[in-house]
Each structure stands twice: as C-alpha cells, then as structure tokens.
Design a protein around this ligand. Sequence first.
Ligand code: SF4
Length: 373
Amino acid sequence: MSTLAEVLARETKDGELYDILPDGRLRCYSCGHNCPLPEGAVGVCKVRFNEGGRLRVPWGYVGGVQCDPIEKKPFFHAYPGALAYSFGMLGCDLHCAYCQNWVTSQALRDPNAVAPPLSASPERLVRDAVDRHARVLVSTYNEPLITSEWAVAIFREAKAAGLHTGFVSNGNGTPRVLEYLRPWVDLYKVDLKSFDDRHYRQLGGRMEPILDTIKRLHAMDFWLEIVTLLIPGFNDSPEELTRLTEFLASVSPDIPWHVTAFHSDYKMTEPGNTTPEMLLAAADVGRRSGLRHIYAGNLPGRVGNLENTLCARCGDTLVARTGYLIRDYRITPNGCCPSCGGSVPGRWDPRFAEQIASRPFLPGSRKRLSILS
Ligand code: SF4
C-alpha cells in the first residue's frame, strides 16, 4: 500500500511559480521560504518538489470540503451571511504547535495526522458550491499559498460561475505569488500570529515576509482581514500587542482585526485557555493603536459588543452578531452607515441576503469525492 507522500507525489503537475537558478537548482516562490531545490529535493511544505528539473506541485485533489458561514473564516466585512464553500489541501510551510487544523496541515510530518486526500476537479467543486448556494469559494484549513496553482485553477472556474474567492492564510507570501493570485483572489485573511521574530522562528517561519505580505495585500487592494489567536504567555503581552496593532494601523486603521481565544490543541497544552477579559484587554490595546474595527472571536456571547460591526464615525451598530449568526444588518446598499452616512470599509452586497447557515456543515455530495490511495 502506498504512503501518503507517495500518493500525493503522483497527484501533481508542473508548477508555475519557480525559476531555474544558474546552478540548475529550482527556486520556488509560492511562499516566503523561497526554497532552493536541487534535483529530487522536496520543499519545506513537503508537497512541492524538483523532479527532473521541473517543479511538481499539488493537483487534482482536496484534503476536505466543508460549507462554512463566511463569519467563520473569519471575514466580517465581506458579504455578511454568505455561505463560503471551503476546501483544504494537505501540508503546511509552518509547524505551529497549537495548530487547530493539524490533521490536514501536518499530514506529511506527523504520523498521527491521518487525512486521506479526495479526488477533485475545479468543475466538480464549483458545481457543488453553486448547488449549495455558496457565494464564496475559499482555500482554507491548511496553508493555501503552497497550492496556489491549484487554487487558481479552481478560482478561474469559480469566477466564471459568478462566485467570489478567498484565501485563509498564514501570510507567508512573496511578491511573485501575490501578483499571480491577484486576478483570482478577492478576499485574503492573514493569521498574524505574533509580533516577535523569535516566536515566528519557533513556528518554522520568519516575521518579515509576513509583514511585507500584509503591506502588499493592502496596497494591491485584496480585501484584507487579520486574525491573531491570543495565546496566554506566548503573544499576549501589552508590549507585543501594541507593536502588532500599531503596525496594522500604520498599514490602514480600517483593516479589521480579529483577536480570538485559544484553547489547548495539538502539542500546545500548557497555557490556559484565553478568557473573555484577556480578549477585551487586547481589544483595548488595538483601539489605543488606532484600529477602528476590532472583533473578539471564539467566545460567542461573552465579549460584549466585540462581535458587532459598529460605524467608526458615529458608533451605531451596523451588523449585530452572536458567533456566526447575523442578528441584524443595517448597512446601506452603497456600503454606508444609515445613521451618519459614513462609509464602511469592506465588500458589501446591495442588500442582505438571508443567511443560509450560521454553523458549518458537510455538503452531502462530499461522498462523490473519492478517496485516493
Ligand atoms: S511552497 Fe514554500 S515551502 Fe513549499 S517549496 Fe515553495 S517555497 Fe518551499
């Protein structure tokens, strides 16, 4: 029986995001590692490799699919209430000890992570998304940058069907991959895990490419939201949070910042869980740094109005939420506050369409995707 690595090595095609170096090695630009790959070498992500002088990249499968409310991604300033048809792949360019999707992200590193790939095509995925009345197609759960060519193939089809598209990513990008994605990706969420390069090195990355990616995403007019999972004792000091939020505000005070609660997961079982008070204190830091739209996540109903979208000008409640459920929606058809007329940053529908689901669910048609072995 084939190993997972052997199965995935077969499910590949020639990539587009690489150069041939003068010494014959390949340089991959799909993520900030920029791996130099001699013949036969596999990248840090474990899914892209040099075979005969060509970069082979993942193709033709997914690690899983799920229908999520777009609020789960989380995007709070893009098509509230929309259903986001979400697909994940396998592998990651980081190895965070607290990963909440470790079964798929660490499938090629950790023998305990068992996630069989499912055969898929762009046409089938998009047809399924449309059948479920999804309005957004999202690459998520593992790191989408490492499978950018495959995501673009799916998103081309999605755009032809009138869907919006998104990446839920650790933000470890490169200028070249962002240029490649720009025509096909509308929404981009970056998980900004810390504002300390030593922490990023513990997770297997560097902070600089992530900050650079955030600046570029904003300048290139992707719709950008940022998440920070607040881990007690890891990234929650007021000093670190001040530097992090001042950086975001310097890019744009209109970037929504989601500060979300940690619970023990995977190999990080030491810190206690994040409390509502910790989220509120972090939100205060963000506010002092000048951020205008701050949300507290993962503790629904326990964080005051930090689940709601407020008008930054007059403070009126524009979207009221509990968890992923939209309780009220008052943004005008042209994306403004009905009370003061202030414009609300984001991507808005002319009118609020009924929310299809306020909880994730598995599409029944998932059974149509066959397990690869
Ligand atoms: S995606 Fe990143 S980790 Fe994988 S080969 Fe390319 S540069 Fe290396």
